[in-house]
Write a protein of this length. Structure first.
Length: 460
C-alpha cells in the first residue's frame, strides 16, 4: 500500500477525534482586538505550540513580537524535496452582537453537519486541518514527502501590524519554495476552488468635531454645524449613482479584467436570487457594467464600516452632537498601491470637508492586492490535490477579501503562494454564527495530505 493510501485511511478513521480536538481549540477565546482577552490569546498560542509538538514537528517555539507571539514549528527531514511555508492565524474576531448567536460562540456546537463557533472557518479550523494532515503522515509514514515550516500568527484580525517586520527579520528561517495559506473560501458548496487573487485594503477613521460639547438642538440649532450631518454629506460624496468612487485618481492604476477572465467567470455557478436570499438583501447594487463576481473580486470599492454620533439610547434627546466618527475602507485591486490611494483619499476628504468642523483622519491599517501567476506549478499541484480530496476538479477564482501577508511573502521571500481554502461564502466569518462545514473540513485534511505529496514530487 502506498503511503498516501495509509495516510488517507488513517484520516478517515480519525474523523470524530478531529472534531473533538478542534472543539478544544475553538473554546479558547483568542480575540486579539480586545485587551481583556490578551491572556486567552497567549493561551491559544501555547495550545497551538503544544499541538505542533504532539504531532511530531521540531523546533517548535513561541516567537515574541511587540504584540502577540508567532507560533513556529518545522520538519526538514526530506532532503532535496521542496519546502512549504504554511501560514495561518490563531486569533479570532470579536463575537458582538453576542445575542444573535444561536449557541455560545466559544462552545463549539454541531448542527446539520456544520460546526458553529467563532474561529471555526476563520482560521482555526483551516489551520487545524493541516496539523491533522501532518500528524497522519508522521504516524503512518514516519515523515512528510516535503519539508515544512509552519508559521501561525496571533494578530491577523487586527491588521498584522508586526508581521511585515517579522518576515523581514527572519527571512532565512522562513525561506521556502512555496507558501500555502488556508484562509479562503470555495465559491459554493460542492464547488472546490483555488483562489489566485486577493484585493488589497486601506482603512481609515474619520473624526469630526463641531463644538466642545453636545448642544441643545433648539437653542443652538441653525447656528453651528452638526458633525453628524456634515459626516453624512462627506460620505455621500464618495460614490456616484453608478457606484463608482469619486476620489480623483482612484482608478488610474486599476488593472482591467481581461476578456478571457470575464468569460471564465461567467461559467462559474451563480444564482442571484439565492445569493440575495442568503444575504437578506432586497436588491443587489454595485458599479454599473460589472457582474457580482467582477464587482467583488476584480474591482475596487469604498465602504462605510461603522458610524457613531449623538444620542443613540432609547427615547428622545434633542442634541446637536459635538462629534461624529466613521470607519471606512477601500478595497484595492492590482495595481493600486495603498499609500497612493490613502493620499488621494485624504486629499479628497480635506477638499470637501467644510471649515465649520475640525477634521482628523487616522489611517489604521491596510495591505497590497495580490495576484498569482495562473500557470505556476504549485497552483497546478494544488489543483490535483483538491481534485483527489473532493472528487472534483477545482474552479479558479479571485476573492474580494484581503490577506496582506500574501503580498509580503511575495515581496520579501520571493516565492509564490497557494491559497488552499475550504470555507464557504455563507460561513459568517466575521459575524454571529460562524460555522465550518465538516464535510469540507474532512475533505480539506485529505486534500492537504495530497498537496504535500504533489508538491513533494516537484523537485526544488
Amino acid at each position: 500500500m502506498d503511503n498516501i493510501d495509509k495516510v488517507v485511511d488513517f484520516i478517515n478513521v480519525q474523523r470524530d477525534r478531529y472534531v473533538d480536538e478542534l472543539k478544544e481549540y475553538l473554546a479558547i477565546p483568542s480575540v486579539s482586538a480586545l485587551p481583556e482577552h490578551q491572556s486567552d490569546v497567549r493561551r491559544c498560542a501555547e495550545w497551538t505550540a503544544a499541538q505542533m509538538r504532539q504531532i511530531g514537528l521540531q523546533n517548535v517555539s513561541l516567537m515574541e513580537t511587540p504584540g502577540n507571539p508567532i507560533v513556529y514549528g518545522e520538519w526538514l527531514g526530506a532532503p532535496g524535496a521542496p519546502t512549504i511555508l504554511f501560514y495561518g492565524h490563531y486569533d479570532v474576531q470579536p463575537v458582538d452582537p453576542v445575542e444573535l448567536w444561536e449557541s455560545p460562540p466559544f462552545q463549539a456546537t454541531v448542527r446539520d453537519g456544520e460546526l458553529y463557533a467563532r474561529g471555526a472557518a476563520d482560521d482555526k479550523g483551516q489551520v487545524f486541518m493541516h496539523l491533522k494532515a501532518v500528524e497522519a503522515y508522521m504516524k503512518q509514514a514516519g515523515g512528510l514527502p516535503v519539508n515544512m515550516k509552519l508559521f501561525i500568527e496571533g494578530e491577523e484580525e487586527v491588521g498584522s501590524a508586526h508581521l511585515d517586520q517579522f518576515v523581514r527579520d527572519h527571512k532565512q528561517q522562513l525561506s521556502a519554495d512555496v507558501v500555502v495559506i488556508s484562509d479562503t473560501a470555495m465559491i459554493g458548496k460542492g464547488v472546490p476552488s483555488l483562489c489566485y487573487g486577493l484585493r488589497g485594503l486601506v482603512y481609515y477613521q474619520i473624526d469630526l468635531r463641531g463644538t466642545k460639547s453636545d448642544l441643545h438642538s433648539g437653542v443652538f440649532g441653525g447656528a453651528v454645524a452638526n458633525p453628524a450631518f456634515v459626516l453624512s454629506q462627506i460620505l455621500a460624496q464618495m460614490k456616484d449613482k453608478s457606484g463608482r468612487v469619486k476620489i480623483a485618481g482612484f482608478y488610474d492604476d486599476v488593472r482591467d479584467l481581461t476578456p478571457e477572465e470575464r468569460e471564465e467567470w461567467k461559467k462559474l455557478p451563480f444564482n442571484e436570487k439565492a445569493y440575495r436570499k442568503e444575504l437578506g438583501a432586497p436588491k443587489l447594487t454595485g458599479e454599473s457594467g460589472y457582474s457580482v463576481y467582477e464587482r467583488t473580486w476584480g474591482r475596487p470599492t469604498f465602504e462605510v464600516n461603522g458610524l457613531l454620533s449623538g444620542f443613540t439610547g432609547e427615547g428622545p434627546k434633542t442634541v446637536i452632537p459635538a462629534v461624529a466618527m466613521a470607519k471606512v475602507s477601500m478595497r484595492l485591486v492590482p495595481d493600486q498601491l495603498p499609500d497612493k490611494i490613502g493620499t488621494l483619499f485624504e486629499e479628497h476628504v480635506r477638499k470637501i470637508a467644510p471649515k465649520t468642523v475640525e477634521l482628523k483622519l487616522t489611517r489604521m491599517h491596510g495591505g497590497n492586492p495580490w495576484m498569482a501567476d495562473f500557470n505556476n506549478e504549485y497552483l497546478r499541484a494544488a489543483g490535483r490535490a483538491i481534485e483527489k480530496g473532493f472528487g472534483k476538479a477545482p474552479v479558479f477564482n479571485r476573492e474580494g477579501g484581503s490577506i496582506p501577508v500574501v503580498a509580503t511573502f511575495q515581496q520579501e521571500l520571493g516565492v509564490p503562494s497557494v491559497l488552499f481554502g475550504v470555507g464557504l461564502p455563507d460561513e459568517n466569518a466575521h459575524a454571529p454564527n460562524e460555522k465550518l462545514d465538516l464535510g469540507n473540513f474532512h475533505g480539506g485534511i485529505i486534500s492537504s495530505a495530497h498537496l504535500y505529496r504533489e508538491i513533494g514530487q516537484l523537485r526544488a
